[in-house]
Ligand binder design. Structure first.
Ligand code: NDP
Length: 481
């Protein structure tokens, strides 16, 4: 049954947008070499002008981070660093509504998700790592692990503030200073985060934010003043960065793409599995590196499950991301929409059958309806390549061994899901799936205490948990932090 809901738009009044934003270097907003505009993907309206950091700006930011590292942050006792992180976490909570609205305006994701997932998890990452700052000697890396120095961090547009938190919180807890570049299409919450650093009285230069496009990212990761690079984004750019870092001796962690299998056995409760499939691929418009973009369903229940899935998809509401009833928001950019359209066209051309939930798409902005492809074979591009949109490719299997073979038939290895009521089968599957995270009877669950990261072309290194600290520590070092 489809319920009609009256619109329930969240107010934008909590956000005060500036006309233009500078770069955040040495604790202050400063002008840079040129500017670009950031737009709302749901309406195409210009939200603000943002500074494009060029070579001198990146130099300045790295110098500020170096100075803060040497004079203040690396010599500050961990318990003092922890206080700043707790303060930032509390400020994120205090400004949560403003950040959620701004994230939805700049990114296009439903307000329900930015309000209930992105911002609370970003605060949780700071709380969690604040707790580690004075306990690094007990983390299993020797009695006095040392920080690495200045860290260059480049993040994508799918979870702008959350990815910032995943990067900055552990780096700071471990005693490093950072220069972070947010994605070109979603810089605004990172700039409000810069204000939060000021509000928290964070020593100048500990966090520096340089906005810009891929060329700014390139300058940052290639900068000789950087000791470690942390990147989340596409596998293509990740490979480029790996090549650049290989010759420089910089430490590197990469969190790249995925093509996760969500494996549903015939004994799983169908309604619950349908919710997990919907959450796995339609959460955040499918702009999720660990999205369950390949559904592997046991042949005996395929028809029943697909009928239930289509029924559920017809109830998904696509539209204004500021409306609290909205399930599917806007695609983040024209470029991303073009990519989704190109890949889905290839799915049809290669012989798969396409079904999209009937829904009206708004006239302005970038939109794509929730879509399922059946009759997909492992060789199809839509079974191999990351679409990064609300598009599910369905394959079937008969035995657990076949499910493993198909699930692992991908260059990626970030995440996977298993749906069955048999605990023994969950363990059997989990030990054979080549994926950094395996969810059982759930999907897309995140916790700062749980390490996250991939195998193969999904990258290397872990973020979150005790394992994530290792990426920001010189574990062979000696003196106190
Ligand atoms: P990119 O990998 O290009 O972007 C990620 C970040 O890296 C952005 O901040 C980007 O800047 C920056 N960047 C781009 N080129 C370079 C470079 N040569 N050196 C250093 N930094 C660079 O992802 P896209 O946004 O272009 O998305 C393309 C595809 O990547 C998507 O369709 C999706 O399949 C995948 N993707 C995967 C993500 C994941 O989490 N696994 C996240 C985002 C995308 P700018 O934004 O200015 O281009």
């Amino acid at each position: 049954m489809r319920f009609e809901y009256a619109p329930a738009p969240e107010s934008r009044s909590v956000v005060t947008l500036r006309d233009s934003y500078g770069l955040f270097i040495g604790g202050e907003f400063v002008a840079g070499s040129s500017v670009f505009k950031t737009i709302s993907p749901a309406t195409e309206e210009v939200l603000a002008e943002v500074t494009h950091a060029g070579p001198e700006d990146v130099d300045r930011a790295v110098a500020a981070a170096r100075q803060a590292y040497e004079r203040v942050w690396s010599v500050m006792p961990g318990r003092e660093r922890g206080k700043y992180l707790f303060r930032i976490a509390r400020l994120l909570q205090e400004r949560a509504r403003e950040l959620a609205v701004l994230e939805t305006m700049d990114n296009g994701k439903p307000i329900r998700e930015s309000r209930d997932v992105d911002i609370p998890l970003a605060a949780a990452h700071f709380f969690y790592h604040a707790g580690w700052a004075d306990k690094l000697g007990y983390a299993g890396f020797g009695p006095s692990p040392r920080p690495l120095g200045v860290v260059g961090q480049v993040i994508p547009w799918n979870f702008p503030l959350l990815m910032l938190a995943w990067k900055i919180a552990p780096a700071l807890a471990c005693g490093n200073t950072v220069v972070l570049k947010p994605a070109e299409t979603t810089p605004l919450t990172a700039l409000v985060f810069a204000e939060i650093c000021q509000q928290a009285d964070l020593p100048p230069g500990v966090v520096n934010i340089v906005t810009g496009d891929g060329s700014t990212g390139q300058l940052l990761v290639a900068h000789p003043g950087i000791d470690k690079v942390a990147f989340t984004g596409s596998t293509a750019v990740g490979k480029e960065i790996a090549r650049a870092c290989a010759v420089s001796g910089k430490r590197l962690t990469l969190e790249l793409g995925g093509k996760a299998a969500n494996v549903v056995f015939d004994d799983s409760p169908v309604d619950q599995a349908v919710e997990g499939i919907v959450n796995g691929i339609f959460f955040n418009q499918g702009h999720v590196c660990c999205a369950g973009s390949r559904l592997l369903v046991q042949e005996s229940i395929a028809d029943e499950l697909l009928s239930a899935l289509k029924r559920r998809m017809m109830t998904l509401r696509l539209g204004d991301p500021m409306d609290k009833n909205t399930d599917i928001g806007a695609i983040n950019s024209r470029v991303q929409l073009d990519k989704i359209q190109e890949l889905t066209a290839s799915g049809e051309a290669e012989g798969a059958e396409r079904w999209s939930a009937p829904c009206a798409l708004p006239d302005r902005g970038f939109w794509f309806p929730p879509t399922v492809f059946t009759g997909v074979s492992a060789a199809h591009r839509i079974a191999q390549e990351e679409i990064f949109g609300p598009v599910l490719s369905v394959l079937t299997f008969r035995t657990p061994a076949e499910a493993i073979e198909k699930a692992n038939n991908t260059p990626y290895g970030l995440s996977a899901g298993v749906w069955t009521e048999k605990g023994s089968l969950i363990l059997w599957m989990a030990s054979r799936l080549r994926a950094g995270v395996v969810w059982a009877n759930t999907f897309n669950r995140f916790d700062p205490a749980a390490p996250f990261g991939g195998y193969k072309e999904s990258g290397f290194g872990r973020e979150g948990g005790r394992h994530g600290l290792e990426a920001y520590l010189d574990v062979l070092g000696g003196s106190d932090v």
